[in-house]
Design a binder for this molecule. Structure first.
Ligand code: TMP
Length: 234
């Protein structure tokens, strides 16, 4: 499809304008980065996988009553979405301890977190997306108190939908990151939900089925992304 004006280019996606100012097109690239872009690479056809998985998961969430920015999948790498002002907070939900949580608190790798843990990170590349508290959010005026409560509630609700969906596919939803926009006071789920923004462990084997394969040089990148696509769309 013919591209509109490039509005924004991030590490994994480009966002293009459409004739309707309330809609944009997200274009999913194969570029992969980790550790605040200190590590760079590409994963063949990752953009196709992440676009298709995100579309499927946004549809699932919409069916369950969650408001998302998703409108339609236009092509293998393009998704039409609502044009939202993104709240500059990354909301992370964790069902198991791993990653930065283990580094920060010294918890046992894989420890079950019940109830799931919600964390907020400041979406700010120059600072390396630091962990922030609700007081920091207030100080930085990133969101008001009602929005913070809404983010937490929405993230846990989404976890309650996604965790059983993935379990049915033989995958443990270990943790994931969400971003939201605000439209006239309503929180709307935005960005993407994919193996770039979630951690999945195979329930049978414990095999890592996500971007940790890239972060930790575990190999079999393309094959793993294709495997997740196959399971999500089965
Ligand atoms: P973390 O353990 O590195 O804090 O990651 C928590 C979750 O957030 C994990 O599912 C990966 C995801 N994530 C992103 O989507 N983007 C990021 O920049 C980072 C650091 C993590």
């Amino acid at each position: 499809m013919e591209q509109g004006t490039l509005l924004y280019e991030g590490k994994a996606k480009k966002v293009f304008a459409t004739p309707d100012p309330d809609q944009v097109i997200q274009y999913f690239k194969d570029d992969a980065t980790a550790f605040n872009a200190e590590k760079r690479g590409t994963i063949f056809n990752k953009g196709i996988v992440n676009n298709t998985i995100s579309a499927r998961l946004f549809q699932l969430l919409e069916e369950k009553g969650v408001a998302t920015h998703f409108l339609e999948q236009l092509s293998d790498r393009e998704m039409r979405t609502k044009h939202l002002k993104i709240i500059q907070i990354e909301v992370v939900v964790r069902n198991r301890a791993t990653g930065s949580l283990v580094k920060r608190l010294g918890l046992e790798e894989g420890l079950e977190l019940d109830p799931p843990l919600v964390e907020f990170f400041y979406k700010h590349d120059p600072l390396g997306d630091p962990l922030i508290t609700e007081d920091h959010i207030r100080l930085l005026k990133l969101a008001n108190d009602a929005q913070v409560a809404g983010l937490r509630q929405a993230a846990l609700h989404i976890n309650g939908i996604l965790a059983p969906f993935f379990k049915d596919k033989g995958m443990l939803l270990v943790d994931f990151k969400l971003e939201f926009g605000d439209s006239n006071g309503q929180l709307i789920l935005a960005d993407e939900i994919s193996p770039d923004t979630c951690r999945f462990w195979d329930i049978q084997t414990g095999e890592r089925l996500d971007k940790d394969r890239f972060r930790k040089d575990l190999g079999r990148l393309e094959e793993t992304y294709q495997e997740v696509l196959k399971r999500v769309c089965s």
